[in-house]
Design a binder for this molecule. Structure first.
Ligand code: PEP
Length: 254
């Protein structure tokens, strides 16, 4: 059975004091969840808070920590960059790779992202691999080709055992931070497509076991109807993950 996951991507927000309060509120608010086995909550704070976040959630099996990015090289002369091994050594278990903000603002290419996925897995981190089309690509009806190519170039060259450690996040770029979420029908349609191509590339068993998250203006009001779809296994949440009450409502929406 695939895991249901709600992951909060804090992006470049919160001071250390604010981060500690938010984690504290989330942990307190989710104390009943830790008894429910098929749900996992992931918190992705900025790099400087990873160790603190991991310490504060240690021993809580239903809450894990993720980094928002990692470098594609194991180590070396890459001033200002953070390696997968550094992330793992903080206690974090996941890493977001290929977020549209990394693809668009930092010009991260499919090849670069594939190398990040590879090093993350080799190191022992589980990638949350993001894919999703631009508004213009949806308007021209190319969303399925775009997503297929992002997955083909980013993760479909992995072995079955490697791929089984990957979480997919479908995040239509036009929905991220805009307040305009994909409709439940649009989300389900794309998630079913992603599951189908995973099955074609690997097997039905692998596709049925893959967690596919929806991201893009998912909030406390719309989470339940998005998560009610059979192929939507939870969400990758940006803005709404910065407010403990909203994030907890979202976690409790499936
Ligand atoms: C995101 O950045 O991954 C995201 C989904 O953002 P938001 O929820 O704010 O649209």
């Amino acid at each position: 059975m695939r895991k249901k996951i709600v992951a909060g991507n804090w992006k470049m927000n919160k001071t250390l004091t604010e981060a500690i309060s938010l984690i504290d509120e989330i942990v307190t608010g989710l104390k009943d969840l830790v008894k429910n086995d098929d749900k996992l909550v992931i918190i992705a704070p900025p790099f400087p808070y990873l160790m603190k976040a991991a310490e504060m959630t240690k021993g809580l099996n239903q809450i894990e920590i993720a980094a928002q990015n990692c470098h594609s090289n194991e180590k070396g002369a890459f001033t200002g960059e953070i390696s997968a091994a550094m992330i793992l050594s903080t206690g974090a278990k996941f890493v977001i790779i290929g977020h549209s903000e990394r693809r668009n603002y930092f010009k991260e290419t499919d090849d670069f992202l594939a190398k990040k996925v590879e090093i993350a897995l080799k190191t022992g981190l589980k990638p949350i691999f993001c894919c999703g089309e631009l508004l213009s690509e949806r308007q021209s009806g190319n969303q399925f080709d775009i997503v297929r190519n992002q997955l083909k170039n980013g993760v479909f060259n992995l072995s079955e055992s490697e791929f089984s450690n990957v979480v997919i996040a479908y995040e239509p770029v036009w929905a991220i931070g805009t307040g305009v979420n994909a409709s439940p029908e649009q989300a389900q349609e794309m998630h079913a497509f992603i599951r189908k191509i995973i099955s074609e590339n690997y097997s039905t068993q692998i596709s049925e076991n893959t967690t596919i998250l929806y991201g893009g203006s998912c909030n406390a009001q719309n989470a339940a109807e998005l998560f009610a779809n059979p192929d939507v296994d939870g969400g990758l949440i940006g803005g709404a993950s910065l407010i403990a009450k909203d994030f907890i409502t979202i976690v409790n929406s499936y």
